[in-house]
Design a protein around this ligand. Structure first.
Ligand code: HEC
Length: 454
């Protein structure tokens, strides 16, 4: 017997070099308890959302609260539904990614099976801090027009305009969105409308909110209703994606010297898509706001953006017309003219999305992986920031590939029976489709790929 054990140990030592399975670090403990084993996993991966004021409706902070969910936690983690992170971490890794290890998943499962014991309270870890702002007190705070939502109402998709006027053009290092009711504000994509002072008399004129579902508006009609055009009817410059938000997502703060904005004297933030999720049993009035942090220096390397697919610089091929009872692959190709450094990417599809993949093909035929989302999830559309910038050499082709499932097997299909769905109407309704891949980048500079974005 003894000999057998030492043989096993020897095997383990040899194997540890290859697998980590024999390493004690990776063994699930004999007695799994909340305070010692479960709470650290929840505090690192879940309570950013599952806490009062977080993005989810229920909290896992105390033993009493978490215990009730032991069974469903085991299930959703095993299925990798939670924590929400649709990107395949084996394909590419990103800043702030939330992915449980197999060991974490086993601990949660064992804890549930063994009746969710508490353990000794002096083992309890300290709850991390969750500040509502990434950068402290802002130099300017602008309230978003309060929005009233009735109890038990369905999801809302809105366009909201947040106008402002400043004494002079102003540099800013960070613009962030802070949700009022964080468990209702689901996602927010915000652009900046930049007026030339003389071309727009009153930035405050026009509606503040357009509901795309109720108004069945095209984007152009919605923009007019919001009073976005210049006085002569032409359109001002739109800087894309300056302020995005998703519960629990890491804000887009880049290292010093990268990014930054110029706020014109007259401008507006345009939330081209703000999604309010399920309210529950109470009426609520959401008052979110925008924090702006000024900067004395002009943006040194302002972030630029291009977009493949619907409304973008490269078309969807073939046209995004998805016939009922079909599964349809599409793609979009974009040739990069100069060397660029990619910072952040955002794949976008609606409810029929099934999977998404993007990569770059270098002129020499090599592939640079960008992202793979094997199981598309409409609810979790992150702006994925790379840990380090990814250099794409000139003349590479960026390829984005999506698959849509317009069968009744797709549980998210908004129509029963399935109907023709397209992106042709220029509307942004969730029941219409889109295929987009947004890339933020900088013109490449020597050494970019060594700069950490974390
Ligand atoms: C980025 C935010 C976020 C993170 C991180 C997160 N969750 Fe969730 N979770 C949600 C949201 C949103 C829901 C949907 C219900 C709601 O709105 O409260 C949810 C639902 C759940 C549910 C209920 C599922 C169901 O359908 O009944 C469980 C259980 C759960 N999460 C467990 C976890 C666990 C365990 C972790 C960490 C390992 C985690 N979650 C991390 C946001 C998050």
């Amino acid at each position: 017997m003894k000999k057998r054990i030492s043989y096993l140990i020897a095997l383990c030592i040899a194997a540890t070099a290859i697998f980590s399975a024999c390493n004690n670090e990776n063994k699930v403990p004999e007695n799994v308890t909340f305070t010692e084993h479960v709470a650290p996993i929840l505090y690192n991966n879940c309570t950013v959302c599952h806490r009062p004021g977080g993005g989810a409706h229920f909290s896992f902070i105390t033993y009493q609260d978490a215990k009730k969910y032991a069974g469903s936690m085991a299930f959703v983690t095993k299925e990798r539904i939670m924590p929400p992170w649709p990107a395949d971490p084996h394909y590419t890794e990103f800043k702030g990614q939330r992915v449980l290890t197999d060991k974490d998943i086993e601990i949660l499962s064992k804890w549930a099976k063994e009746g969710a014991p508490e353990g000794s309270t002096d083992k309890m870890p300290i709850l991390p801090k969750y500040p509502s702002s990434l950068a402290g007190a802002p130099d300017m705070r602008i309230a978003v027009t309060p929005y009233f939502i009735k109890a038990f109402s369905s999801d809302k998709f809105l366009l909201i305009k947040v106008p402002y006027e400043l004494p002079a053009d102003t540099f800013a290092s960070l613009i962030e969105f802070v949700p009022g009711h964080s468990n209702v504000v689901h996602h927010v994509n915000g652009d900046m409308v930049k007026y030339v002072f003389e071309q727009k008399k009153d930035v405050f004129a026009g509606e503040r909110i357009v509901n795309m579902e109720e108004d069945t508006a095209t984007l152009v009609k919605a923009f007019q209703k919001l009073g976005l055009p210049n006085d002569d009817g032409s359109y001002p410059v739109l800087q894309k994606s300056v302020v995005n938000y998703l519960p629990g997502a890491i804000g887009q703060i880049y290292p010093q010297g990268i990014g930054g904005y110029i706020l014109p004297r007259k401008g507006a933030f345009l939330f081209n898509d703000i999604h309010y999720g399920f309210t529950g049993k109470d009426d609520i009035t959401d008052t979110s706001y925008i924090n702006i942090f000024f900067s004395k220096i002009p943006p040194n390397r302002p972030v630029q953006e291009f977009q493949l697919g619907t409304l973008g610089q490269a078309p969807v091929e073939p046209d995004l017309i998805i016939m009922p009872n079909t599964v349809k692959p599409v793609s979009s190709h974009f040739k990069v003219v100069n060397d660029i450094s990619i910072l952040t990417i955002n794949p976008h599809m609606h409810l029929l999305g099934k999977s998404f993949k993007a990569y770059a093909l270098k002129p020499n035929g090599d592939t640079i992986r960008l992202i793979s989302i094997p199981r598309w999830d409409f609810n979790w559309q992150y702006f994925y920031t790379f840990k380090k910038m990814v250099k794409i050499p000139a003349n590479s082709i960026i390829v984005a590939e999506g698959i849509y499932d317009n069968t009744k097997q797709n549980l998210n299909n908004p129509f029963s029976p399935p109907q023709i769905v397209t992106d042709q109407t220029g509307s942004m309704k969730a029941t219409d489709e889109m295929f987009q891949f947004i890339i933020t980048y900088l013109p490449y500079k020597d050494g970019d790929e060594k700069i950490s974005l974390e």
